[in-house]
Design a protein around this ligand. Sequence first.
Ligand code: PRX
Length: 665
Amino acid sequence: MLEEDAKKMAESGATLSNLSTESRSFPPSEEFAAQANATAEWYERGDADRDAFWAEQADRLSWGEKWSEVLDWQPPFAKWFVGGKLNVAYNCVDRHVEAGNGDRVAFHWEGEPGDTRTITYAELQREVSRTANALAELGVGKGDRVAIQLPMIPEAVFSMLACARLGAMHSVVFGGFSPGALKARIEDAEAKLLITSDGQFRRGKPAPMKENTDEAVEGTSIEHVLVVKRTETDVPWTEGRDVWWHEAVDKASDQHTPELFDSEHPLFILYTSGTTGKPKGILHTSGGYLTQVAYTHNAVFDHKPGESVYWCTADIGWVTGHSYIVYGPLANGATSVMYEGTPNTPHEGRHWEIVQKYGVSIYYTAPTLIRTFMKWGAEIPEKFDLSSLKVLGTVGEPINPEAWMWFREKIGAERCPIVDTWWQTETGAMMIAPLPGVTATKPGSAMRPLPGIGATVVDESGTPVGNGEGGYLVLDKPWPAMLRGIWGDEERYKDTYWSRFAEQGYYFAGDGAKYDADGAIWLLGRVDDVMNVSGHRISTTEVESALVSHPTVAEAAVVGASDPTTGQGIVAFVILRGNVAQDEAKGEEAITALRNHVSKEIGPIAKPRQIMVVQELPKTRSGKIMRRLLRDVAENREVGDVSTLADDSVMSLIQSGLKEGKGED
Ligand code: PRX
């Protein structure tokens, strides 16, 4: 458990070891810097007068009534842009049409089977208005909760914006979640409407959806289920409860007058897993959230309305989809690509084909996907014209320098700045990231807090550490997009985020981090992913990164397993690159070479005790490696609950593969 782990770290009095060093640094070209939206001076303005800086950012939005105060901070409760009134959907849609940009494309939507849809801002306005009218007809109004479980189709965006327009809160649940997970979220939020679809396309085939959602809504507060037809599959139907989208929405009026809501009016709940079994309903509100997502989308991606073609590859079911597919880009009048499917359907070049087709200039993705692309081979992107790309971004986990360099060279042609953006469901928007026209980026570092943001690395007593040292990442100033609480659980909100450094009033992010010699911030993963070997704290990320820097390794996951001598021993699971002779690379000599390689990269202390060659790693549906399961294997324990794995056959594959031979010496 996170809190317990943090306590453990505090008790041991140790700080995270700062073992790896990175000397490469890539400044933006003069040409890029000269045209960039954000300049170095923004940092100064953010420091000099934080409130004035954020007031300026809030001016990116259209306010029906101007706020009277930028921030009311009663720790840990914040109110931003106090007294201001706005409609979030109006800001994302209508105002662009009113400004004469109704013909601009909001979304180039690309379905997995190859069907497409082009949605202009004028069409988006009509669709959102129709959806809002249909939702109102189904009894949805201000303050109500609407659960949404949909594939990556335009109706997901229409639904979210329709809720925002009506002042209702959406709770989007990732399409791959089980009926049980959806039910728990519906119950916690007491949602009255569920929006879903008949089915969804996954890897070229229609998969059922409505059967699952029917199971989830049984016996809950759900009054109606609004069903989008996507796969044209037969579905079970409950008369009186179920309503077809194409009947309810298509017949509704495309005119709807948005109402103004308070700046602090709730916008959405998004559930995220904590260290306990029960997911936390992270609550976000309107004015501050929209301000920060619009600001960061503009500054960090160097977004140029009317010029840039932007693509965030996340799913709408995660916070990245909320902030950087829907709210940030739309507030900025962006033209986005939205893709329904998996990256290897029907072929492993699908993403690059889409980049080429739409002339994508900003591409925002996850390190895990970059490593997958590496595994598939650089000859795949080479076949496509990627010259439209200008800025590349990553999010979700620390990116290992090798993946960063591959992204830079093979996708960005050594021309595009890479922005490694650190943030969380709880922060709502980016917090630590380079400014692409300003920052000389280092492969693997998120660099420094954005202008207006306060983030520090502290030791167990809350004292900031110096350059070259590691500790806990904290956020030391309130920020506009911050979570306003955990739905229905104020105590858990205080305990989880604000009790660890209560004296200083810091937000505890749960991540380990370190400053390098130049003061750049390196994220080291969750504090519960940090190992303790002979009293030295070593991040799983650092060891993984070292392993992946070896020419034979495509992907690696590292866990700490209990060890009678050293406390914990490092156990690594590696996937070899497609082009290496597997039998040779699995052999004892090769494994020893790999262990020595890590020792050389980081230091003898980080040398894995054991390296196991596997075909796949256990990942959640959002792509995070489930170290808990690997720890079970490493400790020779019975493997625990695998229900949140994207592919639950992976664990048996790993175990049967390991029986064939262990790479230990
Ligand atoms: O551990 C950090 C990691 O992802 C966590 C937040 O996860 P989630 O709420 O699912 O949001 C992910 C998308 C914003 C963080 O506590 N994380 C996220 N971005 C980075 C990262 N770790 C290192 N570098 C990043 N850029």
